[in-house]
Write a protein that binds this ligand. Structure first.
Ligand SMILES: C[S@@+](CC[C@H](N)C(=O)[O-])C[C@H]1O[C@@H](n2cnc3c(N)ncnc32)[C@H](O)[C@@H]1O
Ligand code: SF4
Length: 347
């Protein structure tokens, strides 16, 4: 029987450290983080995203009942991420979901493409108590934005974020922490220093470089040769250093590790079995909009359907049954087999 999360002192921003020293095929503790795909619908055709190339499940928002049935099983969960593959701001119930989680003290965040961040939604998000709002911008100017994110809406997003930050200031609201995200592509790395300046200009105090997950068959821009950290050359190293200098000058927190979560180290300690460093199967659960349990947020990038990755169904099983069920132990936690062999990314 696994120990409840509440019995452990978990920092929700460093939840990935809440993992047993001796990781076993049976988790000794409950998960500390849930990823909920509040929708798999989207309004952008990003050239890096699996959603653009394949309908992985029928289009849907997660129903309120499914949301409740999942989160009520772990009422003391430290952290809930309200995105999977899809755009969370398209979900009418999103502020209600956030309020529900905040009422019990959960740390709540999501990534957004920022297109729908108007004043009404902005006010709702601030009032909901959301802890973090991560805006995936991927470029410092309109042309590159369109090449990566598929639509000509860069200026609108930048303006949305600028106005959201101004609204926060006017309301003297500390939360949510707002950050800008850039996926590390050969096409975008040259924009990194300007990206830092842009964050400063619209009053965003946090910038993250995230590692590209590339597809096995190399669709769109998500190809191995585009992945920055697979082949970091001198010029790119210099651009990262330049961005670090500008961030320090502006007083911006800049994480250039490339790891969306620090569990995803760029410097792999074990080149033979890189996945063995991954703590996700002992710390988090991921549910699609239909309630399908996947090992993590990387699974959709396999682009080979979900059958090989499905660990359970929240509509038919309890979360504890899934968490320590046969599929989790065999597929996700086995120390010998590569649980992510169908993923192109080296987890
Ligand atoms: C799939 S999106 C869902 C949330 C929202 N629609 C957005 O774009 O922020 C979650 C994150 O994945 C990022 N992303 C998209 N394609 C990626 C890739 N191939 N590798 C790494 N991150 C990627 C997005 O930029 C975003 O920050
Ligand atoms: S990255 Fe986000 S905005 Fe872009 S297609 Fe995927 S889900 Fe939509």
């Amino acid at each position: 029987m696994s120990a409840p999360a509440a019995e452990r002192d978990v920092d929700p921003r460093r939840y990935f450290e809440a993992v047993e020293r001796d990781r076993d095929e049976v988790a000794g503790s409950d998960p500390v983080c849930l990823y909920l795909e509040t929708t798999n619908r989207c309004n952008l055709p990003c050239t890096t995203c699996p959603r653009t190339f394949e309908e992985l499940e029928p289009a849907a928002n997660m129903s309120w009942d499914l949301f409740r049935s999942i989160v009520d099983q772990y009422p003391n969960i430290a952290r809930v991420v309200l995105h999977g593959v899809g755009e969370p701001l398209m979900v009418p119930n999103l502020p209600r979901m956030i309020r529900y989680l905040k009422a019990r003290g959960t740390y709540v965040l999501f990534n957004t493409n920022g297109t729908l961040l108007n004043e009404r939604r902005g006010r709702d998000l601030i009032a909901s108590g959301l802890d973090e709002l991560r805006v995936s911008l991927d470029a410092a100017e309109a042309q590159t934005f369109k090449a990566v994110r598929g639509k000509d809406v860069f200026d609108r997003i930048v303006e949305n974020v600028r106005q959201f930050c101004a609204l926060q200031r006017a309301l003297a609201a500390d939360a949510p922490r707002v950050s800008l995200w850039l996926t590390g592509l050969k096409e975008t790395i040259g924009q990194l220093p300007a990206f830092i300046d842009l964050a400063d200009a619209i009053d965003v105090r946090e910038v993250h470089l995230q590692r590209l997950v590339y597809f096995p068959d190399g669709q769109g821009l998500a190809r191995a040769e585009q992945a920055l950290f697979e082949h970091l050359d001198e010029r790119e190293e210099a651009l990262i250093r330049e961005a670090e200098t500008r961030a320090a000058e502006h007083g911006i927190l800049f994480d250039a590790s490339g790891a969306t979560e620090p569990g995803t180290s760029l410097r792999r300690a074990d080149e033979q079995r890189p996945w063995s460093l991954c703590t996700r199967p002992w710390t988090l659960m991921y549910f699609t909009a239909h309630g399908r349990a996947l090992p993590c947020c990387i699974a959709p990038f396999s682009m080979r359907g979900y059958d090989a990755f499905t660990l359970g169904e929240a509509t038919q099983q309890s979360l504890r049954e899934i968490w320590n069920g046969e599929s989790y132990s065999r597929c996700a936690r086995s120390g010998t087999a590569n649980p992510t062999e169908n993923f192109a990314m080296s987890c």
